[in-house]
Design a protein around this ligand. Structure first.
Ligand SMILES: CC(C)(COP(=O)(O)OP(=O)(O)OC[C@H]1O[C@@H](n2cnc3c(N)ncnc32)[C@H](O)[C@@H]1OP(=O)(O)O)[C@@H](O)C(=O)NCCC(=O)NCCS
Length: 184
């Protein structure tokens, strides 16, 4: 059984989370390639807690990080979606667009395809006016997705992640923004 699509693209279904996604999500969250630019890999319990936080976020805001499923075989491959970050920084409050996919499907344009559909949904259905995205400078894959979405980077927006201590190698972040003008 696969879930009901909130957003559909040629190759992806973006939908609510299911119990069965948790096992594969935990695998993704302890993969060294996936977590290269995060402070720590997640244990199964931490990964499940992240799913619970995502579900709480959906209840609060009506949108969130959608579970991403391949249309071809209904495999769960990670998340693509929206988040209202809890951190406080010069650009908050804001809505962030983000993604985390299983390395087995990287390099096929899936993050960009899903994120473009999320961007359109943000503008046309949710009526949002701006999206941001942020990562460490070295995360070129993610920055490339941001650029392909048409997001722009202004060095004046760069910031130190407030949840990481001074001197931490992942503290410095680049911020990308995208204005969402109502579609004609
Ligand atoms: C970031 C991520 C979602 C991208 O997924 P994806 O489906 O491979 O993304 P896409 O195929 O749509 O685009 C990736 C782009 O990065 C480029 N890229 C990949 N590796 C690269 C590298 N080493 N250097 C430069 N560019 C690179 C690809 O060529 C592609 O750009 P192109 O279409 O212009 O060629 C995936 O790598 C991921 O889950 N990473 C771990 C989690 C993460 O970092 N999330 C973001 C946190 S802010």
């Amino acid at each position: 059984m696969h879930g009901q699509a909130v957003i559909e693209t040629p190759r992806l279904i973006l939908r609510q989370w299911k119990q069965a996604d948790k096992k594969q999500f935990a695998r993704i969250n302890c993969d060294a390639k996936v977590m290269e630019f995060f402070p720590a890999h997640l244990t199964r319990a931490q990964s499940d807690a992240l799913v619970a936080m995502i579900e709480t976020h959906f209840r609060k805001h009506g949108f969130g990080m959608y579970a991403a499923e391949l249309k071809s075989n209904h495999t769960f491959i990670g998340f693509i979606g929206l988040n209202v970050p809890s951190l406080r920084a010069h650009f908050t409050p804001c809505v962030e667009i983000g993604w985390r996919l299983s390395p087995g499907v990287w390099g096929r344009g899936l993050a960009t395809e899903g994120a473009l559909a999320v961007l359109q949904y943000s503008r046309d259905v949710l009526g949002l006016h701006e999206l941001v995205s942020f990562t460490v400078p070295a995360n070129v894959r993610s920055r490339r997705v941001m650029e392909k979405l048409g997001m722009s980077h202004d060095a004046a927006d760069d910031f130190d992640h407030p949840q990481l201590p001074p001197g931490h190698p992942l503290r410095k972040h680049v911020l990308y923004r995208l204005r969402l003008d109502p579609s004609a």
